[in-house]
Ligand binder design. Structure first.
Ligand SMILES: O=C(CNCCc1c[nH]c2ccccc12)Nc1scc(-c2ccccc2)c1C(=O)NCc1ccccc1
Length: 327
């Protein structure tokens, strides 16, 4: 059946956590459409590492089974990562249930995850071809659930500093306005990847030549990481915007009025509200603010939580497409 859970932004909207029940144990996890491993803090980790975290205890689950000899190791673009061994258990997300889901039990986690005590791990929702389990690659929760969901979809409704929703198996049209604009997804990269070749600032004339012209929908990345041409074009319209090497990105006066950004999603222009591009102050005085739109040299571009705060997104695993609408 379908499943629906509330998600909650961590302070500063840096990540969005929602409850997942694994073998009868409910833990808060980071739903991540930009990776494909479900890994958890668990009782194999040292008490120091576990300090402050919830932990999954496989010994307490009557449905846990070890996958002997299976291991995982994942690293992310910010240098963080996790590694460990693997078992299976029953996973229930708001009513959507999968038995025999691969549960990756971290025995080693990087510092940024250790200090992030509200998160018990990540649940990967990109395509299973990116899963890192060896010797036998495992499927994501969504992949395993597809056949049993009323509709082969999951949706992300992320909000600034407010509760939102992750839903599996149904599209709740009360969560967005107007029709969903659907675009085909190129699954070759293993990401929810689509064409994004144009942008406009504050309703101005669109530019139509973004190098590479590809982007992914990534709930696991906090910011919107776009081509330099998009970043330059956008911040040229923001008084006082500078590339601030000290803090590692574009900053501007917190008093600045930020224009909306229109960005191409498979041929339809989606809007990212200017307010959502004012990410956070970089200093105690709240004078200088850090942009939610930053440059990346990696391809494809990464449309993270900043994009989702202005746009409801439906991920269709039946026909590999993305539906986007303002919310
Ligand atoms: O990995 C994911 C989604 N899971 C993130 C899990 C996670 C990683 N630290 C976390 C910390 C807290 C919670 C979740 C996570 N998305 C993708 S696709 C391509 C890249 C990439 C590849 C090369 C270079 C750059 C990006 C990333 C990436 O590294 N994003 C994270 C990030 C984070 C900071 C800055 C840039 C990119």
């Amino acid at each position: 059946g379908a499943g629906s859970v509330a998600n909650t932004p961590e302070a500063g909207d840096v990540e969005y956590l929602a409850p997942v029940t694994i073998g009868g144990q409910t833990v808060n996890m980071d739903f991540d459409s930009g990776s494909s491993d479900l890994w958890v803090f668990n009782t194999q980790l040292s008490l120091n590492t576990l300090s402050g975290h919830m932990a999954y205890n496989p010994a307490q689950s009557s449905t846990f089974q070890l996958l002997p000899g299976s291991t995982f190791s994942i690293s992310y673009g910010d240098g963080s990562g996790a590694a460990g061994n693997v078992g299976t258990d029953t996973v229930n997300i708001g009513g959507a249930t999968v038995t025999g889901q691969a549960i990756e039990l971290a025995t080693d986690v990087s510092t940024s995850f250790v200090t992030d005590t509200q998160s018990t791990g990540l649940i990967g929702l990109a395509f299973s071809k990116l899963n890192t389990v060896k010797p036998v690659q495992q499927k994501t929760f969504f992949d395993n659930a597809l056949a049993t969901l009323p509709e082969p979809v999951f949706t992300a409704d992320l909000r600034h500093n407010a509760a939102g929703t992750y839903e599996f198996g149904a599209i709740d049209s009360t969560k967005f306005s107007g029709p969903l604009a659907w675009t085909p997804v190129n699954t070759t990269s293993g990401f929810w990847q689509f064409t994004s070749q144009a942008f406009a600032v504050g309703g101005g004339a669109p530019s139509t030549s973004v190098p590479g012209g590809q982007a992914i929908a990534d709930t696991g990345t906090t910011l919107m990481l776009a081509d330099q041409s998009v970043v330059d074009g956008y911040y040229s319209q923001v008084q006082g915007a500078v590339n601030n090497a000290t803090v590692g990105g574009v900053t501007f006066p917190c008093s600045a009025t930020l224009p909306d950004l229109q960005i191409d999603v498979g041929g339809t222009m989606a809007t990212v509200r200017g307010d959502d591009i004012n990410f956070a102050p970089v200093d105690q005085t709240g004078t200088t603010c850090f942009g939610g739109l930053q440059a990346t040299t990696v391809q494809p571009q990464i449309y993270g939580d900043i994009f989702f705060k202005s746009n409801f997104v439906a991920f269709n695993g039946g026909n590999n497409s993305l539906g986007v609408a303002p919310h």
